[in-house]
Design a protein around this ligand. Structure first.
Ligand SMILES: Cc1ncc(COP(=O)(O)O)c(C=O)c1O
Length: 356
């Protein structure tokens, strides 16, 4: 039996193969395990796994609402933020409609759009940074959603709150803006007047976050977002009613309540990223400023990036090749533990010495 044509012609979503025994710095996972409080509650939740999980995510929403000073009613939770991206596309995109994103933006925006039967348009990102004026100018009458990741993956760069407001106000009111802040905790300033959650009051604007990165819970699959109420009620219809397992919900709630641990992870990541980038930049490899838990290494050619990838593998390390993002001259390296970062920088130093 044939799948629908728009599915049959789609490639499966590409992830890096991490099965080869190399140290993976390829998936932007946290450099350390989740909060000990999250680990401690997992066994109790597992002991009650005969029961369905809470479909209203009540405790997790309350914890998120408290941390971010937002109304729990605007929050929806997903099995990873990917589920929420897919649900937004499923609820709001269809044949003959289009979504817009950036040239080097997160690939799942494209996949989710195509699964919904719609088309995706790309806008160039000069200097690896979102150009909000170019995005607004590229909106057509068919455009229904503008997806951006801020900070960007794989660029690591970000735009500030003023640029986000400029984007929102220069877009037609009936086009949805989805701001995916999967790496938001790494770039949060902590200033209430810079909170992006205020943007949802502009209408047709959604802010997405995840516990996969700064909270170290990628394997548990928990994302969330702040949605205008009318969008939340539509997206809810698309989500699986018990989408997050009870173990994941318990772990996520405990992790969210342990803000000190998360902030410590962010600080550690920041320090290690700065050290790593400093060492690697000295070798002549260009790295744009990063506000996330990874660095985008830009080589002088696609061939040099391929050779560096091979050299890293020889050193037992797995970076992420960026051809799929239109950046075949780049490798993305997640900030991992101290030994892995040292090994990576030493390996790259040797590699670049051999290039001259
Ligand atoms: C920009 C961006 N959004 C969403 C995700 C997926 O997050 P989740 O694990 O919450 O599905 C990722 C994962 O790497 C990402 O980079």
């Amino acid at each position: 039996m044939k799948a629908n044509p728009h599915i049959a012609t789609l490639d499966a979503y590409a992830l890096t193969d991490t099965s080869g025994g190399l140290i993976s710095l390829a998936q932007n996972e946290s450099l350390r395990p989740p909060s000990p409080h999250a680990i401690a509650v997992a066994a109790t939740a597992a002991a009650n796994a005969q029961l369905y999980s809470d479909p209203g995510w009540t405790k997790l929403r309350a914890a998120i609402a408290k941390v971010h000073a937002i109304d729990p009613e605007v929050i929806l939770c997903g099995a990873g933020s990917m589920e929420l991206i897919a649900a937004l596309a499923g609820a709001y995109l269809g044949p003959n409609e289009r979504a817009l994103t950036t040239a080097h933006g997160y690939l799942f925006f494209r996949t989710a759009t195509r699964i919904a039967g719609a088309q995706i348009d790309l806008v160039s990102e000069p200097d690896m940074t979102i150009d909000v004026d170019a995005l607004a100018a590229a909106i057509t009458p068919e455009t229904r959603i503008v997806f951006i990741a801020n900070p960007g993956n794989p660029t690591g760069t970000r735009i500030d709150i003023d640029a986000l407001w400029r984007l929102r106000t220069s877009m037609p009111c009936d086009v949805m803006l989805v701001v995916d802040e999967a790496y938001g905790e790494f770039s949060d300033t902590g200033r209430a007047d810079e909170s992006t959650f205020n943007l949802i009051q502009a209408g047709n604007t959604v802010i997405l976050r995840t516990l996969s990165k700064a909270y170290g819970l990628a394997g548990q699959r928990i994302g969330w977002g702040a949605f205008p109420l009318e969008i939340a009620s539509e997206v809810r219809k698309v989500l699986n009613p018990n989408n997050i397992s009870s173990v994941s919900l318990a772990m996520a709630t405990a992790a969210m309540r342990d803000q000190n641990y998360m902030r410590e992870t962010v600080q550690l990541t920041h320090e290690r990223r700065v050290d790593f980038m400093e060492r690697v930049r000295k070798t002549g490899i260009f790295i744009p400023e990063s506000y996330a838990n990874f660095a985008l290494l830009q080589f002088s050619s696609d061939e040099q990036a391929g050779a560096a990838d091979a050299a890293l593998r020889e050193c037992g390390l797995l970076a992420r090749a960026m051809g799929g993002y239109g950046l075949a001259n780049c490798l993305r390296v997640t900030v991992g533990d101290e030994a892995a970062m040292l090994r990576t920088s030493v390996c790259l130093e040797r590699f670049m010495e051999g290039q001259t």
